[in-house]
Design a protein around this ligand. Structure first.
Ligand code: SF4
Length: 292
Protein backbone atom coordinates (compact mmCIF):
# COMPACT_ATOMS: atom_id res chain seq x y z
CA UNK A 1 0.00 0.00 0.00
CA UNK A 2 2.36 2.73 -1.24
CA UNK A 3 -0.25 5.47 -0.77
CA UNK A 4 0.13 5.40 3.02
CA UNK A 5 3.80 6.58 3.13
CA UNK A 6 3.07 8.88 0.21
CA UNK A 7 0.16 10.44 2.05
CA UNK A 8 2.24 10.85 5.21
CA UNK A 9 5.09 12.36 3.22
CA UNK A 10 2.99 14.89 1.30
CA UNK A 11 0.57 15.81 4.06
CA UNK A 12 -2.58 17.80 3.32
CA UNK A 13 -2.57 18.92 -0.32
CA UNK A 14 -5.98 20.63 -0.33
CA UNK A 15 -5.91 24.29 -1.26
CA UNK A 16 -7.13 26.81 1.30
CA UNK A 17 -8.32 29.24 -1.36
CA UNK A 18 -10.21 31.55 -1.01
CA UNK A 19 -9.47 31.78 2.74
CA UNK A 20 -5.79 31.90 1.99
CA UNK A 21 -3.85 32.20 -1.26
CA UNK A 22 -1.54 29.24 -1.09
CA UNK A 23 0.39 29.51 -4.28
CA UNK A 24 -1.20 26.98 -6.62
CA UNK A 25 -2.86 29.66 -8.75
CA UNK A 26 0.10 31.45 -10.34
CA UNK A 27 1.29 28.30 -12.13
CA UNK A 28 -1.54 28.73 -14.64
CA UNK A 29 -1.69 31.02 -17.65
CA UNK A 30 -4.27 33.69 -16.87
CA UNK A 31 -4.28 35.99 -19.86
CA UNK A 32 -2.17 37.63 -22.53
CA UNK A 33 -1.10 41.15 -21.66
CA UNK A 34 0.37 43.94 -23.76
CA UNK A 35 3.60 45.07 -22.13
CA UNK A 36 4.71 47.61 -24.72
CA UNK A 37 2.17 49.26 -27.03
CA UNK A 38 4.57 51.68 -28.72
CA UNK A 39 4.38 51.64 -32.56
CA UNK A 40 1.90 48.75 -32.27
CA UNK A 41 0.45 49.11 -35.76
CA UNK A 42 3.67 48.10 -37.47
CA UNK A 43 5.14 45.90 -34.73
CA UNK A 44 2.26 43.48 -34.26
CA UNK A 45 1.01 43.00 -37.81
CA UNK A 46 2.40 39.45 -37.83
CA UNK A 47 0.76 38.65 -34.46
CA UNK A 48 -2.62 39.97 -35.61
CA UNK A 49 -2.38 37.80 -38.74
CA UNK A 50 -1.24 34.74 -36.76
CA UNK A 51 -3.91 34.95 -34.05
CA UNK A 52 -6.26 32.04 -34.89
CA UNK A 53 -9.36 33.59 -33.32
CA UNK A 54 -9.00 37.25 -34.22
CA UNK A 55 -8.59 38.13 -30.54
CA UNK A 56 -6.04 40.88 -31.27
CA UNK A 57 -7.20 44.09 -32.91
CA UNK A 58 -5.72 47.56 -33.18
CA UNK A 59 -7.68 50.66 -32.14
CA UNK A 60 -6.25 54.15 -32.42
CA UNK A 61 -2.82 52.64 -32.92
CA UNK A 62 -3.01 50.57 -29.73
CA UNK A 63 -3.48 46.78 -29.46
CA UNK A 64 -6.62 45.44 -27.84
CA UNK A 65 -7.10 41.83 -26.74
CA UNK A 66 -10.44 40.09 -26.39
CA UNK A 67 -9.85 37.58 -23.61
CA UNK A 68 -13.24 36.08 -24.40
CA UNK A 69 -11.79 34.92 -27.73
CA UNK A 70 -8.16 34.26 -26.77
CA UNK A 71 -7.43 30.53 -26.61
CA UNK A 72 -4.02 31.14 -24.94
CA UNK A 73 -2.23 29.46 -27.86
CA UNK A 74 0.93 31.54 -27.37
CA UNK A 75 1.51 32.50 -31.01
CA UNK A 76 1.56 36.21 -30.26
CA UNK A 77 3.90 35.83 -27.28
CA UNK A 78 6.30 33.74 -29.39
CA UNK A 79 6.28 36.13 -32.31
CA UNK A 80 6.43 39.31 -30.27
CA UNK A 81 7.72 38.66 -26.74
CA UNK A 82 8.63 42.35 -26.58
CA UNK A 83 4.92 43.27 -26.94
CA UNK A 84 2.88 40.38 -25.50
CA UNK A 85 3.33 38.38 -22.33
CA UNK A 86 1.40 35.72 -20.44
CA UNK A 87 0.23 36.79 -17.02
CA UNK A 88 0.17 34.04 -14.38
CA UNK A 89 -2.91 33.83 -12.20
CA UNK A 90 -6.51 32.69 -12.28
CA UNK A 91 -8.96 35.37 -11.08
CA UNK A 92 -10.00 36.20 -14.62
CA UNK A 93 -13.79 35.82 -14.59
CA UNK A 94 -15.95 38.85 -15.34
CA UNK A 95 -19.59 39.75 -14.80
CA UNK A 96 -19.90 41.40 -18.22
CA UNK A 97 -18.72 40.25 -21.63
CA UNK A 98 -17.37 43.71 -22.49
CA UNK A 99 -15.04 43.64 -19.50
CA UNK A 100 -13.05 40.80 -21.12
CA UNK A 101 -11.82 43.17 -23.81
CA UNK A 102 -8.65 44.86 -22.55
CA UNK A 103 -8.04 47.72 -22.39
CA UNK A 104 -11.76 48.02 -21.56
CA UNK A 105 -13.96 49.58 -24.20
CA UNK A 106 -17.18 50.64 -22.54
CA UNK A 107 -17.09 49.38 -19.00
CA UNK A 108 -16.71 51.69 -16.06
CA UNK A 109 -16.24 50.78 -12.41
CA UNK A 110 -19.78 52.01 -11.79
CA UNK A 111 -21.28 49.63 -14.40
CA UNK A 112 -19.39 46.70 -12.89
CA UNK A 113 -20.38 47.71 -9.36
CA UNK A 114 -24.07 47.80 -10.35
CA UNK A 115 -23.80 44.41 -12.09
CA UNK A 116 -22.15 42.95 -9.01
CA UNK A 117 -24.79 44.44 -6.66
CA UNK A 118 -27.66 43.13 -8.79
CA UNK A 119 -26.16 39.63 -8.91
CA UNK A 120 -25.42 39.74 -5.16
CA UNK A 121 -29.09 40.53 -4.41
CA UNK A 122 -30.29 37.70 -6.63
CA UNK A 123 -28.03 35.01 -5.20
CA UNK A 124 -28.15 35.96 -1.51
CA UNK A 125 -29.86 32.64 -0.71
CA UNK A 126 -27.08 30.63 -2.38
CA UNK A 127 -24.09 31.83 -0.41
CA UNK A 128 -23.82 28.93 2.02
CA UNK A 129 -24.36 26.01 -0.34
CA UNK A 130 -24.87 25.67 -4.05
CA UNK A 131 -25.62 22.82 -6.44
CA UNK A 132 -24.19 22.93 -9.96
CA UNK A 133 -25.60 21.37 -13.11
CA UNK A 134 -22.81 21.10 -15.66
CA UNK A 135 -23.81 20.87 -19.31
CA UNK A 136 -21.48 20.27 -22.25
CA UNK A 137 -22.85 22.00 -25.33
CA UNK A 138 -20.09 21.13 -27.79
CA UNK A 139 -16.81 21.18 -25.90
CA UNK A 140 -13.60 19.50 -27.10
CA UNK A 141 -13.42 17.71 -23.74
CA UNK A 142 -10.63 19.78 -22.21
CA UNK A 143 -13.04 21.92 -20.19
CA UNK A 144 -14.56 18.78 -18.70
CA UNK A 145 -11.20 17.62 -17.36
CA UNK A 146 -10.85 20.90 -15.50
CA UNK A 147 -14.43 20.79 -14.22
CA UNK A 148 -13.91 17.22 -13.00
CA UNK A 149 -10.68 18.30 -11.23
CA UNK A 150 -12.72 20.58 -8.95
CA UNK A 151 -13.75 17.56 -6.92
CA UNK A 152 -10.24 16.11 -6.50
CA UNK A 153 -8.35 16.47 -3.18
CA UNK A 154 -6.43 19.59 -4.28
CA UNK A 155 -9.47 21.76 -5.06
CA UNK A 156 -12.12 19.83 -3.11
CA UNK A 157 -15.03 22.19 -3.82
CA UNK A 158 -17.29 20.32 -1.41
CA UNK A 159 -15.35 21.95 1.45
CA UNK A 160 -16.94 25.25 0.27
CA UNK A 161 -20.48 23.85 0.10
CA UNK A 162 -20.32 23.47 -3.69
CA UNK A 163 -21.78 20.25 -5.09
CA UNK A 164 -22.59 18.84 -8.51
CA UNK A 165 -26.01 17.47 -9.28
CA UNK A 166 -27.37 15.55 -12.25
CA UNK A 167 -30.83 17.08 -11.97
CA UNK A 168 -31.61 20.62 -13.09
CA UNK A 169 -34.52 20.59 -10.61
CA UNK A 170 -31.97 20.52 -7.78
CA UNK A 171 -29.52 22.94 -9.37
CA UNK A 172 -28.86 26.60 -8.52
CA UNK A 173 -26.02 27.20 -10.95
CA UNK A 174 -25.75 26.21 -14.61
CA UNK A 175 -22.14 25.70 -15.71
CA UNK A 176 -21.99 25.50 -19.50
CA UNK A 177 -18.95 24.49 -21.56
CA UNK A 178 -18.59 24.30 -25.32
CA UNK A 179 -19.37 26.35 -28.39
CA UNK A 180 -23.14 25.95 -28.28
CA UNK A 181 -23.64 23.35 -31.01
CA UNK A 182 -26.97 23.74 -32.74
CA UNK A 183 -28.06 20.25 -31.70
CA UNK A 184 -27.53 21.03 -27.99
CA UNK A 185 -29.23 24.41 -27.78
CA UNK A 186 -32.67 22.99 -26.96
CA UNK A 187 -31.16 20.86 -24.20
CA UNK A 188 -29.40 23.94 -22.82
CA UNK A 189 -32.59 25.99 -22.89
CA UNK A 190 -34.67 23.24 -21.31
CA UNK A 191 -32.08 22.68 -18.57
CA UNK A 192 -32.11 26.39 -17.76
CA UNK A 193 -35.92 26.52 -17.71
CA UNK A 194 -36.12 23.46 -15.44
CA UNK A 195 -33.96 25.08 -12.76
CA UNK A 196 -35.72 26.82 -9.84
CA UNK A 197 -35.18 30.50 -9.01
CA UNK A 198 -32.80 32.00 -8.06
CA UNK A 199 -30.42 30.63 -10.66
CA UNK A 200 -27.13 31.73 -12.16
CA UNK A 201 -25.38 30.86 -15.41
CA UNK A 202 -21.64 30.59 -15.99
CA UNK A 203 -20.12 30.45 -19.48
CA UNK A 204 -16.97 28.43 -18.76
CA UNK A 205 -14.17 28.76 -21.30
CA UNK A 206 -13.80 30.87 -24.43
CA UNK A 207 -15.78 28.33 -26.46
CA UNK A 208 -18.85 29.01 -24.33
CA UNK A 209 -18.17 32.75 -24.44
CA UNK A 210 -17.44 33.30 -28.13
CA UNK A 211 -17.12 29.94 -29.88
CA UNK A 212 -13.32 30.01 -29.51
CA UNK A 213 -11.47 28.50 -32.44
CA UNK A 214 -14.70 27.52 -34.22
CA UNK A 215 -16.42 30.86 -33.72
CA UNK A 216 -19.87 30.94 -35.25
CA UNK A 217 -20.82 28.63 -38.10
CA UNK A 218 -23.44 26.24 -39.43
CA UNK A 219 -23.04 23.92 -36.41
CA UNK A 220 -21.76 26.32 -33.75
CA UNK A 221 -23.71 29.14 -32.20
CA UNK A 222 -20.60 31.06 -31.16
CA UNK A 223 -21.16 30.56 -27.42
CA UNK A 224 -24.20 30.26 -25.18
CA UNK A 225 -25.16 33.87 -24.46
CA UNK A 226 -27.75 34.04 -27.26
CA UNK A 227 -29.57 31.03 -25.78
CA UNK A 228 -29.46 31.63 -22.01
CA UNK A 229 -28.65 34.77 -19.97
CA UNK A 230 -25.03 34.56 -18.79
CA UNK A 231 -24.09 36.03 -15.40
CA UNK A 232 -20.38 35.17 -15.24
CA UNK A 233 -17.85 34.73 -18.05
CA UNK A 234 -14.77 32.60 -17.28
CA UNK A 235 -12.13 32.91 -20.04
CA UNK A 236 -9.43 30.33 -20.75
CA UNK A 237 -9.14 27.42 -23.13
CA UNK A 238 -9.70 25.51 -20.99
CA UNK A 239 -10.02 27.63 -17.83
CA UNK A 240 -7.96 26.20 -14.96
CA UNK A 241 -9.85 24.68 -12.01
CA UNK A 242 -8.93 27.76 -9.94
CA UNK A 243 -10.37 30.04 -12.64
CA UNK A 244 -13.57 27.99 -12.53
CA UNK A 245 -13.60 28.10 -8.73
CA UNK A 246 -13.17 31.87 -8.75
CA UNK A 247 -16.00 32.16 -11.31
CA UNK A 248 -18.29 30.01 -9.15
CA UNK A 249 -17.55 32.02 -5.99
CA UNK A 250 -18.08 35.24 -7.97
CA UNK A 251 -21.42 33.91 -9.27
CA UNK A 252 -22.75 33.15 -5.79
CA UNK A 253 -21.53 36.41 -4.26
CA UNK A 254 -18.81 34.91 -2.02
CA UNK A 255 -16.12 36.87 -3.84
CA UNK A 256 -16.25 40.05 -5.84
CA UNK A 257 -14.08 41.41 -8.63
CA UNK A 258 -12.77 43.93 -6.08
CA UNK A 259 -11.18 41.07 -4.09
CA UNK A 260 -8.64 40.25 -6.73
CA UNK A 261 -5.39 41.75 -7.86
CA UNK A 262 -5.43 43.82 -11.10
CA UNK A 263 -5.67 41.66 -14.22
CA UNK A 264 -6.73 38.61 -12.20
CA UNK A 265 -3.17 38.07 -11.04
CA UNK A 266 -2.26 36.66 -7.69
CA UNK A 267 -0.41 39.15 -5.49
CA UNK A 268 2.43 36.63 -5.23
CA UNK A 269 2.96 36.84 -8.99
CA UNK A 270 2.86 40.62 -9.36
CA UNK A 271 5.66 41.84 -11.58
CA UNK A 272 6.76 38.31 -12.52
CA UNK A 273 6.43 36.50 -15.83
CA UNK A 274 4.90 33.03 -15.92
CA UNK A 275 8.22 31.14 -15.88
CA UNK A 276 9.54 33.05 -12.87
CA UNK A 277 6.26 32.68 -10.98
CA UNK A 278 6.28 28.93 -11.61
CA UNK A 279 9.89 28.32 -10.60
CA UNK A 280 9.44 30.43 -7.44
CA UNK A 281 6.44 28.37 -6.43
CA UNK A 282 8.02 25.00 -7.13
CA UNK A 283 11.08 25.98 -5.09
CA UNK A 284 8.80 27.18 -2.27
CA UNK A 285 6.84 23.91 -2.28
CA UNK A 286 3.61 25.70 -3.34
CA UNK A 287 3.36 27.40 0.01
CA UNK A 288 2.40 24.10 1.65
CA UNK A 289 5.04 24.38 4.35
CA UNK A 290 3.87 23.76 7.90
CA UNK A 291 0.64 22.05 6.83
CA UNK A 292 1.46 18.47 7.72
S1 SF4 B 1 -2.48 33.72 -27.30
FE1 SF4 B 1 -3.17 33.03 -29.34
S2 SF4 B 1 -5.39 33.37 -29.36
FE2 SF4 B 1 -4.54 34.56 -27.66
S3 SF4 B 1 -4.21 36.61 -28.48
FE3 SF4 B 1 -2.27 35.48 -28.70
S4 SF4 B 1 -2.34 34.58 -30.75
FE4 SF4 B 1 -4.44 35.22 -30.23
Amino acid sequence: MPWIPRGLREGVVTSRYPRRRDGYGPVFRAAVRVIDAADATTRIEDSVAACPTGAITIHDGRPRIDQGSCILCGRCTELRPDVFRFDPGFETAELRREALVVPEITESDEVLRLASAELGRRVRALRKSVHIRHIDVGSDGSDEWEVAALTNPVYDVQRLGVFFTASPRHADLLLATGVGTVGMLDALRQTYEAMPEPKVVIAAGVEAISGGLLGRGYASHGGIATTVPVDVFVPGSPPSPFSLLYGILLAIGRLSTADRAPGGRSPRSQGKDLGTARSDLYSEGFGMEGRI
